[in-house]
Design a binder for this molecule. Structure first.
Ligand code: NDP
Length: 433
């Protein structure tokens, strides 16, 4: 706390992982002797830089860019870039810290990192976005490489932004280094299923949890917060599994659609028109926009928070419980507050933490890197089957580890412990670095 003052989200993420590790450390004192926890509190490298760009009115703007290269024990640094006005070092460090364990759980050879900027893309023209991305990459490129650090998208960074970032990297380095970024367009090195992977994977993980109680998605009521990349594909997969998705949100409020969300309309509004929740409601009779209260008040069997950190608090958790929620899976990173998590766990609700439940995105990014390295591209069906296998194996590893450490059904402990052991062993093997 003293070394990293004012980084509340980072403290929260570290505490949540370390709270799970007592039994592991008692069983394996070598981790304590080698100061693995102390090392994990300190990123390997943190880069903070100025991003100057010019808006459409000709005015010079300055934003702050970040890349936290957190841990490379298991492979090159890997993790997304977030463009959102709330971004500061504490957010990037929390996300980078989470990413270490998520990437470890994915079973693929990737280290943990995160980056981004306090740039607000909302209301900016395409030209402004492009100039910003070019300026951002003009500084960041020197730290990247397919064997060094491989960013991807996150909030505010989708395929359009990855395209501008990739174009600038190529221009500066004079190298078509496909493996330097993931989330690329299909015709220029991207992987099928990458766009869908985080949302799909979250629902696949939730289905695995439900199956442990002999349940599934068929006929279930589902609420999904957010309406970005993760949320939309979580809605798609939940619908494919037979669920009825009755609510989604953005930062302007939430939409209730008791007929079940019209996914084609939602995709058009969000991806093509870059519109807002109210544009959906205007086009869809019977749906309504609600502001000033929480989406978690809408009764649901399964809740999928897919927007941002700390968006589901203790009151929200109690409201969901009262309405009979049976499972919660985090599509977003750390969307559930510690109090809400306690409420769910005490009530025996199935709870899939983000570092396990949303690992499908980064796992498919690693599959994109594999395709780039072999100059190959796999079919949608094959890649989705790989994603399904990965999600099942993450689920099973979390469940088995929770059981082994005396906490059956506790996916938080399972994910933290299983993710930690693999990274810690690799750190020990590589010496004091
Ligand atoms: P997008 O930018 O595509 O969508 C984010 C959605 O969440 C939007 O609907 C946005 O609404 C809403 N949102 C964002 N910030 C806030 C806020 N402060 N309050 C209310 N609503 C908010 O991002 P993604 O879908 O890619 O990411 C969503 C979450 O999933 C993040 O936590 C991210 O870290 C996590 N994640 C993403 C992965 C990926 O592959 N993209 C991988 C793993 C995790 P509005 O448009 O109004 O701001």
């Amino acid at each position: 706390l003293r070394r990293n003052p004012g980084e509340a989200e980072f403290h929260q993420a570290v505490r949540e992982v370390f709270d799970s590790l007592g039994p592991v450390l008692r069983k394996n004192p070598r981790y304590v002797d080698a100061a693995v926890l102390e090392r994990l509190c300190e990123p390997e490298r943190q880069i903070i830089f100025r991003v100057p760009w010019t808006d459409d009115a000709g005015r010079v703007r300055i934003n702050r860019g970040f890349r936290v290269e957190y841990n490379s024990a298991l492979g090159p640094y890997k993790g997304g870039l977030r463009f959102h006005p709330s971004v500061y070092l504490g957010i990037v460090k929390f996300l980078g810290f989470e990413q270490i364990f998520k990437n470890s759980l994915s079973g693929l050879p990737i280290g943990g990192a995160k980056g981004g900027s306090d740039f607000d893309p909302r209301g900016r023209s395409t030209q402004e976005i492009m100039r910003f991305c070019q300026s951002f990459m003009t500084e960041l490129y020197r730290h990247l490489g397919e064997y060094t650090d491989v960013p991807a998208g996150d909030i505010g960074v989708g395929q359009r932004e990855i395209g501008y970032l990739f174009g600038q990297y190529k221009r500066i380095t004079n190298r078509y280094e496909s493996g330097v970024l993931t989330g690329k367009g299909i015709s220029w090195g991207g992987s099928l299923v990458r766009t869908e992977a985080t949302g799909y994977g979250t629902v696949m993980f939730a289905r695995e949890m439900l199956a442990t109680r002999g349940q599934d998605f068929d006929g279930r009521r589902v609420t999904v917060s957010g309406s970005g990349n993760v949320a939309i594909y979580a809605i798609e997969k939940a619908q494919q599994f037979g669920a009825k998705v009755v609510a989604f949100s953005d930062s302007s409020g939430y939409v209730v659609d008791e007929q079940g969300v019209d996914l084609d309309l939602l995709k058009r509004v969000k991806f093509e028109d870059r519109g807002r929740a109210r544009d959906y409601v205007e086009a869809r009779s019977g749906s309504r926009l609600v502001t000033g209260s929480s989406i978690w008040e809408v009764p649901a069997d399964v809740a999928l928070p897919c927007a941002t950190q700390n968006e589901l608090d203790g009151d929200d958790a109690r409201a969901l419980l009262k309405n009979g929620v049976v499972a919660v899976a985090e599509g977003a990173n750390m969307p559930t507050t510690p109090e809400a998590l306690r409420v769910f766990q005490e009530a025996g609700v199935l709870f899939g933490p983000g570092k396990a439940a949303n690992a499908g995105g980064v796992a498919t990014s690693a599959l994109e890197m594999q395709q780039n390295a072999s100059r190959d591209s796999w079919s949608f069906e094959y890649t989705e089957a790989r994603l399904q296998d990965i999600m099942r194996s993450i689920h099973d590893r979390c469940a088995a580890t929770a059981e082994e450490y005396g906490r059956p059904g506790d996916y938080v402990v399972g994910a933290n412990v299983a993710g930690f052991i693999k990274v810690a062993d690799a750190m020990l093997a590589q010496g004091v670095i």
